[in-house]
Design a protein around this ligand. Structure first.
Ligand code: NAD
Ligand code: MG
Ligand code: MG
Ligand code: MG
Ligand code: MG
Ligand code: MG
Length: 331
């Protein structure tokens, strides 16, 4: 069993007299900045001129600087920008301010592992990757809990990189839930695989295909929406709480029998072969190259696919139905 580390294993004092620059104030950025600040650590936020997040960060009591000034002022630089913009911002604003002895950190290994960012040998390079979206990283911290994190050391210039990464994980609340050690390579490849094959790619393709099959057979789109999309959350909540066993315990015997006999006909040997091929594309850098080039060319395919997906009938039906569910509205 892999070792989990908790609060008692990490020493927050390693960050005590340091300034941490959080670059970017999006999903992860706002959560890291606020959690570290509430853990008593000196935080500055680095944003580009005209950023819409500036007011939000300042209203939360954070000091906001330009990316270059934040990187210059800080001992520790955490890059929480979208992966596809990190290279340019790093080269133009961070690298010139990356003096010896500083710590450069990430919440995902993409840019380091695929060689988009090549830091000098004189800095520590570490990763603290919460295994959950930023709003949960913040909300659980406020509740006295935390989101489990992965941590990794890519480069240990100080001899303290690993202890420092664990201290940071403690500062954002990660060690309350438990943190697990990994490498940049392992985190990058498993993260990409999980989101492409299961969590995002696999799940949305499954939902859409089920919906399309029912609608094409003449069933009401509203029912198809409920059966193939809405109920996913109820099932997933049970799986997360108690594994597949708890979910199967809770569903009817009819549903359980259908699960066991029909599920394997949906994910077949052909599907598994495709999963292996997708993993190969991740490992070889083929996916990374495609994503980098797509962004460099102004995202033509990405933009077209986003538009097509937004026009899918499941989104139209969903919008109308959700507007009718008072219990789903934001409170
Ligand atoms: P995000 O898209 O939510 O936020 C990015 C921030 O960067 C925003 O504040 C945006 O204003 C700013 N930004 C965008 N373009 C910029 C530019 N050109 N110059 C300067 N600033 C710019 O990003 P995120 O989802 O929080 O992801 C940040 C990192 O965390 C990524 O490495 C991602 O892989 C990793 N990560 C994200 C999650 C998640 O749940 N979102 C989970 C784990 C790890
Ligand atoms: Mg997004
Ligand atoms: Mg992930
Ligand atoms: Mg990811
Ligand atoms: Mg049902
Ligand atoms: Mg049952």
């Amino acid at each position: 069993m892999a070792r989990m580390y908790y609060d008692a294993d990490a020493n927050l004092d390693l960050l005590a007299d340091r300034t941490v620059a959080i670059i970017g104030y999006g999903s992860q950025g706002h959560a890291h900045a606020l959690n570290l600040k509430d853990s008593g650590i000196n935080v500055v936020v680095g944003l580009y001129p005209g950023s819409k997040s500036r007011k939000q960060a300042e209203d939360a009591g954070l000091k906001v600087l330009s990316v270059a000034d934040a990187a210059s002022a800080a001992d520790w630089i955490m890059i929480l920008l979208p992966d596809e913009v990190q290279k340019t911002v790093y080269q133009e604003e961070i690298q010139p301010n990356l003096r010896d002895g500083k710590v450069l950190s990430f919440a995902h290994g993409f840019n380091i592992h695929f060689g988009q960012i090549v830091p000098p040998e004189t800095v520590d390079v570490v990763m603290i990757a919460p295994k959950g979206p930023g709003h949960l990283v913040r909300r659980t911290y406020e509740q006295g809990e935390g989101v489990p994190c992965l941590f990794a050391v890519y480069q240990d210039a100080s001899g303290q990189a690993r202890d420092r990464a664990m201290a940071y994980a403690k500062g954002i609340g990660g060690t309350r839930a438990g943190i697990l050690e990994t490498s940049f390579r392992e985190e990058t490849e498993t993260d990409l695989f999980g989101e492409q094959v299961v969590l995002c790619g696999g799940l949305s393709a499954l939902i859409k295909s089920g919906f399309e099959t029912l609608v094409a057979a003449g069933y009401q789109p509203e029912l198809a929406y409920f059966e193939c999309l809405h109920e996913v959350k109820l099932i997933v909540d049970l799986i997360v709480e108690g594994g597949l066993a708890k979910m199967r315990d809770s569903i009817s015997n009819t549903a359980e029998y259908g699960d066991l006999t029909r599920g394997p006909r949906i994910v077949t040997d052909e599907t598994r072969a495709e999963m292996k091929q997708i993993l190969g594309e991740i490992q070889s850098g083929q996916f990374a190259r495609e994503f980098v080039l797509e962004n460099q060319s102004g995202k033509p395919g990405f933009t077209a696919m986003r538009r097509q997906e937004a026009e899918h009938p499941i989104e139209e039906v969903g919008k109308d139905l959700r507007a009718m569910f008072s219990w789903l509205k934001d409170n």
